[in-house]
Every structure is written in C-alpha cells, then in structure tokens.
Design a binder for this molecule. Structure first.
Ligand SMILES: [Zn+2]
Length: 182
C-alpha cells in the first residue's frame, strides 16, 4: 500500500511556485519543469521496495552479520532538501538469517519519504528487529544534509547516528560493530 501523490496538483503548484519566484513558467526552459518535478515526487514517494521479509533458517551458533555502505537518498522534512546516508545494518544471526538484498530494500523503503536521519535509523532498526524477531540489531548512518551544506551555515559535514539494541549494548558486540562499519 504505497502512498500516492496528486501528480496534477503537484504540477500546478510548481507552476505557481515558479511564478512566486519571479520566473515566467511559460518560457521555453521551464515549460516541462512542473511535469519533471511531479515525476520526481511520484518516483520518490511511490517507491516500491519489493519483497522485504524473506528469511532463511540457518546457522545455529550466534554470528554477527553486517552489511555496510548502503547509500540511500532521502529528503529532510524540515527543509525539503535532499540528504544522503551510508547505512550499515548488523544483527546477531541465530536460527534466522535475512537475504542480503533485503537490507538494502529496507533501507531504501524508509528513506523514500520526508524524514530525518535519526528517524530513518530508528525506522530501519525497528523493521529489521520485527522481520528477524530479535532485538540484537544495530544500525548506523553517516550522511550529509544539503540543508546544512548549501544553505544556513553552509558547511560540508558528516552526520553520524546509530541505534543499538539487545546484545549490541554489550561492550564486545558494540566494539565489533563499530570496527566493522568504520
Ligand atoms: Zn534540513
């Protein structure tokens, strides 16, 4: 059940926005702009991450599994400007393991909406915990936010946020996770 956008309404609002910005929406370079922007929002909001919950039964001994460096793009809900993050997800595998592509699908699913990096990390961690039925999950994101790089304080940066639960509160697991994602 993907959220749907009102494509026609977005187009007409972009035409209005161009006018409010002092532009002439009928000049050649801008003629197709409202449609392109509405297409972008459709692609962004109506994103379908596909099947997310295929798990396999496997290894009986605990083993840390980490998938790192998954680049996603999202939109800051405070400024409606893009941010990107490299997402790392780890968990302690017991009797269930998650197919590798599912980590990326889950990361993309939660990034395709207006959100904040902290919320994105919390949403991904929550989703992975539910699918795997374990609390032993860690998620970290390192991102850059255009609302800080191109406006306001105008400073390139890395913002780092993490959500650790279950065994990742223990020093040993936490240290191994941090070593893997560095
Ligand atoms: Zn922002």
């Amino acid at each position: 059940m993907t959220q749907k956008i009102d494509h026609e309404k977005v187009k007409s609002l972009v035409t209005e926005l161009l006018t409010a910005l002092g532009e002439d929406p009928t000049r050649e370079g801008l003629l197709e702009t409202p449609r392109r922007i509405a297409n972008f929002w459709r692609e962004f909001i109506e994103y379908d991450a596909g099947k997310l919950d295929t798990t396999f039964s496997a290894v009986k001994q605990s083993q840390m599994v980490a998938v790192t460096g998954m680049r996603v793009w999202s939109m800051c809900e405070h400024h409606m400007l893009p941010f990107w993050c490299d997402i790392s997800i780890a968990y302690i595998a017991n009797d269930k393991v998650l197919g590798l592509s599912k980590f990326a699908r889950i990361a993309h699913k939660h990034s395709h909406k207006l959100t904040l990096q902290e919320q994105l990390v919390a949403d991904i961690a929550h989703h992975v915990r539910i699918i795997l039925g374990t609390d032993d999950v860690a998620v970290m994101a390192k991102g850059e936010h255009l609302c800080m790089t191109m406006r306001g304080i105008k400073t390139p940066h890395k913002m780092i946020s993490s959500a650790l639960s279950g065994k990742f509160h223990q020093a040993e697991q936490r240290a191994e996770f941090l070593r893997l994602v560095d």
